[in-house]
Design a protein around this ligand. Structure first.
Ligand code: ADP
Ligand code: MG
Ligand code: ZN
Length: 736
């Protein structure tokens, strides 16, 4: 024991031990203080980002202490690695072992012998193993120095990785030995999860070490996700602009990883897909190739990146909305580990969120509610008009001064207009207080704007004198104010209480003595169903050029006596104003433009763009050509051939395993990009000649090809589907 006291008290004694056993010259971050805490047998709680060096915080004290330290860790797959690593520092393999279901009888016998003989300093156990009666009985005979609970967030239902067996750890430990010191470690924990860990492990006044979660070298950005095709295209452009750099693109499903990997490949990028459907050999190969830089970009489902430590990943893109901010933080954390550049871009669409919400419906109630809360936070992050870094860190319980972001997020790099919100903040806080601090953000914005929701009526809050007190502003505004209130720590969200907003001390102070406060409006993401009519919004859209292109389109339309949308769709003009094409080939790569169409209508537009680029000294994105995967066009060829043969559209859809709706989308893309398709044989079954003429004539005169607009103008006489059919016919005949 005297030795341990020496280690704790003598200057540099611990550093010498570090050097002796691990060969490191100095401690990272707070490692030394953490190690001292556990050497003193005090409960210890460590929150440190991935890569911070948590393992050493229990490995070194385990080696230095008398007896065996138990390390509880959820990933059997990583245990072997860890054990090998520790053994690498010692001449005696019995220094570290693991005990889990993967060992056979003679292997576990050997482990137990080493333990009883007192050779083993570190024993890794899976929680399932620990909770077995026989294990507990065996451990009672051992001298346990302390217990390390790694990935401690697994204890909490509010973490992203809940493991029910983690909840039984404390009971088992109590049976094994009285007062075993515990060190709990995790890389992500919101304040709620932290409280759960302390409560569940019954940590006694733990010495808590929280490292900052700020990764100042990571750049955060959220981009809208208009539709699949345009998003993949945007990704290809991004990757091309970062050629030769390592990156990961996270997707929700296997098919997407493959589609993105293939599209990147045909565009000359060394890319591969990675997902659970691949056999383990292929997966290992892909990982190795990524590490060896034979592959630059991996399109992966979430499984990829765990346990691999590539320091120079330069970007992490999220094609699909992440399920929680914990997930997002952890996945983006794989970028820029060497402290250099790391770009983290998430594509966001409300449609994705709805889809994830739907998946949750099949889950048990509790899990569903937790999942929905997590999604709401992700939406809050995406919509936030203020510093993304501040938002993320706030989620993990850290107050961050947004002026220190240094333009390392899209909102700080392109700040939106700020409104002086002193009076509004006061009003929002007073309302929260007046309603008894029992409601969620949505309820409060409904109340402030005077919206009589069912819930409000049920509470009779519409009868209150100040109902609708803030109705000069809209819901977006008020939700921005309330969000800002949380970021400023005037309000606090009780997650376990399903997101109810409570006042903080600071909030009450603010009401008494209001301070100037800046409000920045949240972003609004408007999804719409139609794939081709949606303008492709990217950050670099040039509004001045869009206006000029639209004027030119109007002029050309007039000359040709055609409606403007027949010449080019809005989406195409927006894409031109982002890509600045100046040759026919480049024009043919614009959304919704075929080679034929580029030749037919493109010339004047190209000339205008070229002039504009020259006049304004614009740096065109180099190499903007994104090629589509052949597979994609195979489907289109199939459709074109079968329509030519007048096969019924239902049969064609079935043949491709897609819905009729999806088939229409394909057909619209085909037609919009310059191929004629005659579907009269199909239309004639639904509409007689007069009806067809009426709709056709309408489109001829219309300003827009919007279907809702058409339905209104035609006095609701036709269904959207009817109108859609004629629009295809119309576009096919006139636009090509
Ligand atoms: P975490 O579990 O926090 O994600 P690890 O324990 O896996 O992090 O450590 C990350 C890396 O840092 C490992 O490669 C480890 O060897 C290294 N490391 C840990 N402590 C030190 C130190 N004091 N000096 C140098 N490298 C260290
Ligand atoms: Mg670790
Ligand atoms: Zn910022």
């Amino acid at each position: 024991m005297t030795e341990i006291t020496d280690l704790i008290e003598k200057q540099s004694a611990l550093t010498e031990a570090l050097n002796q056993y691990f060969g490191f010259k100095s401690f990272k971050g707070e490692q030394e203080a953490i190690i001292k805490s556990i050497l003193r047998k005090q409960d210890t709680f460590v929150i440190m980002p991935t890569g911070g060096g948590k393992s050493l915080c229990y490995q070194l004290p385990a080696i230095l202490s008398e007896g065996t330290a138990l390390v509880i860790s959820p990933l059997i797959a990583l245990m072997k690695n860890q054990v090998d690593m520790v053994r690498g520092y010692s001449s005696d393999d019995s220094i570290a072992h693991f005990l889990n279901s993967s060992l056979n009888r003679s292997q576990s016998k050997k482990v137990k012998e080493d333990l009883v003989a007192g050779h083993t300093k570190l024993l890794y156990v899976a929680p399932e193993t620990l909770t077995k009666e026989s294990t507990v009985k065996f451990f009672k005979e051992l001298n346990i120095s302390f217990v390390a609970v790694d990935e401690a967030h697994c204890i909490s239902e509010w973490g992203h990785d809940f493991r029910p067996e983690y909840r039984r750890i404390r009971d088992m430990l109590d049976e094994i030995q009285e007062n075993i010191p515990i060190i709990a470690l995790t890389a992500t924990a919101t304040p709620k999860v932290r409280a759960d860990i302390i409560k569940n492990l019954k940590l006694k006044n733990p010495n808590t070490f929280i490292s900052s979660f700020n990764r100042s070298n990571l750049y955060y950005e959220v981009r809208p996700k208009p539709n699949r095709e345009a998003t993949i295209k945007n990704i290809v452009q991004f990757v091309k602009g970062n050629e030769g750099k390592s990156g990961i693109i996270y997707c929700l499903n296997r098919k997407t990883t493959e589609e993105i990997a293939e599209t990147l490949q045909v565009n000359g990028i060394k890319a591969a897909a990675y997902h659970a459907g691949l056999d383990s050999n292929t997966r290992t190969t892909v990982q190795d190739q990524f590490l060896m830089e034979e592959i630059d970009v991996i399109a992966a489902t979430i499984a990829f990146g765990m346990g691999i430590d590539k320091p120079d990943v330069r970007f992490v893109l999220h094609f699909d909305v992440p399920k929680s901010l914990e997930n997002y933080y952890q996945e983006t954390g794989r970028a820029g580990r060497d402290g250099m550049e790391g770009k983290c871009i998430a594509y966001f669409s409300q449609k994705d969120v709805n889809k994830l919400d739907k998946f949750l419906r099949d889950k048990p109630v509790k899990e569903r509610e937790i999942g929905a809360q997590h999604l709401l936070e992700v939406v809050g992050y995406a919509e936030s008009g203020t510093c993304r870094r501040q938002f993320l860190l706030h989620y993990f319980g850290e107050l961050f001064d947004a002026t220190k972001c240094d333009e390392m997020c899209d909102n700080c790099a392109n700040p939106k207009e700020k409104i002086d919100g002193k009076d509004y903040m006061k009003m929002a806080l007073e309302t929260t207080e007046a309603l008894g601090e029992q409601f969620k953000l949505k309820y409060l914005t409904d109340f402030l704007t005077g919206k009589k929701s069912q819930e409000i009526i049920a509470y009779r809050h519409d009868q209150k004198p100040n109902f609708g007190i803030g109705k000069e502003k809209d819901q977006l505004f008020w939700s921005s104010v309330l969000r800002q209130g949380m970021l400023q720590d005037y309000l606090e969200k009780e997650i376990e209480n399903y997101g109810v907003l409570k006042m903080t001390e600071g909030g009450f102070d603010f009401i008494k003595n209001p301070q100037p406060v800046n409000i920045v409006l949240n972003h609004q993401f408007n999804d719409d169903d139609s794939a081709i009519n949606k303008p492709q919004r990217t950050v670099a859209l040039d509004p001045k050029l869009v206006k000029m292109l639209k004027d030119l389109r109007k002029q050309v339309a007039k000359e040709k006596k055609l409606p403007p949308f027949v010449i080019f769709q809005d989406a195409s003009l927006n894409d031109m104003a982002t890509q600045y094409p100046i040759t026919v080939d480049e024009m043919a790569n614009i959304v919704g433009v075929s080679k034929g169409k580029a030749l037919k209508y493109g010339k004047k537009f190209l000339k205008l763009i070229e002039q504009y680029v020259e006049d304004n000294n614009i740096d065109r994105p180099n190499e903007i050509i994104t090629k589509q995967v052949a597979k994609k066009s195979k489907r289109k060829v199939y459709i074109i051939q079968n329509v030519d043969k007048k096969i019924s559209l239902q049969t064609i859809a079935e043949g491709q395993g897609i819905s009729l709706d999806e088939l229409f989308e394909e057909i619209e893309t085909i037609v919009a990009s310059g191929t004629k398709l005659n579907i009269d044989y199909f239309i004639n079954d639904y509409l007689d000649e007069d009806q067809q003429d009426e709709i056709y004539d309408y489109f001829m005169e219309a300003e827009t090809d919007d279907l809702e607009e058409a339905r209104k103008e035609l006095d609701d006489e036709y269904s959207i589907d009817d109108l859609r059919l004629i629009r295809v016919k119309f576009m096919s005949e006139l636009a090509n």
